[in-house]
Ligand binder design. Sequence first.
Ligand code: ADP
Ligand code: MG
Length: 324
Amino acid sequence: MAGEFELIDLIKARCATARADVRVGIGDDGAVLRMPAGHDLVASTDTLIGGVHFPVSTEPEDIGWKALAVNLSDLAAMGATPAWAMLALTLPSADRDFVERFADGFAALAAQHHVALIGGDTTSGALAMTVSVLGFVTPGRALLRSGARAGDLVFVTGTIGDAAAGLRFPFEGLFGTSASREACDALRARLDRPVPRVAAGVVLRGAASACIDVSDGLLADLGHVAKESGVGIEVSGPSLPASPALLQAFDAPTRLALQASGGDDYELAFTLPPSREAAVLRDLAKTGCGATRIGRVVEGAGVRLLDAGGNEVALPRRGWEHFA
Ligand code: ADP
Ligand code: MG
């Protein structure tokens, strides 16, 4: 067992990436940061609670990675370039091994994006962590949920449904699926180590009319875009991109439910005027993250999932909601 300050030192040693714009980092009452001239600051925060946002059996490294990843995903959805992060960590006990491994997972992703951990808080209680992230965007260029217009096309990056599929295996094993061990591991990795689409967000900034990250479920998240933009959205079920592992593991109806309403994929869903489609897809491909056209923006309200014949498909649930 370790003391609070020993734990903070452990975290600091692993996560305090050197950045010239951090004038004062971990160790004082507050961090002092220098904003780059002529940028807007984008701020976001997200909490992960053990047993709610990750299975309690999740490896500490994966929890650390995911705590940062879900936050970087929010910055990506805003088109922001991440810079700084804060970490409020609540632990059931001063478990040095857990904190070291958690910090290693956090630091691995932070290093990829040159994000400095600049402060936080360490308290005792049920396992939970709140990460806050700060990033920059060209003035007026932040991607919002509110800009979709009737006639725009709807896209999603990467593939979706994997994380929701990965969540099933610890509980259901391979029972009832035709998945290989490798496919299960690939799906589980999407749940435990989501890859925030930061580079894609930067490509989309100034090009997409609206953007959101897929955290609660595609239909639920597109519902926020529809509401904020004052439009309707039609999603074509057969167009939804699936990974090879998902194709192998589940039949078409199960796949569709996982893709349309399973959460935790952290892909970007966005809208574009048709005139920008070709250029944006080309620029996205250069970042190594393709996107697939999945629907269109229409006059009206709400999100409708359509089958190949254009008929509406009803799903038992559309996404994850706390308190629901
Ligand atoms: P205070 O009592 O003034 O709030 P603390 O003793 O909580 O300060 O924290 C000391 C320093 O360590 C501060 O710079 C704080 O931001 C940082 N810190 C505390 N916990 C964490 C953590 N989990 N991750 C990163 N920095 C932390
Ligand atoms: Mg203080």
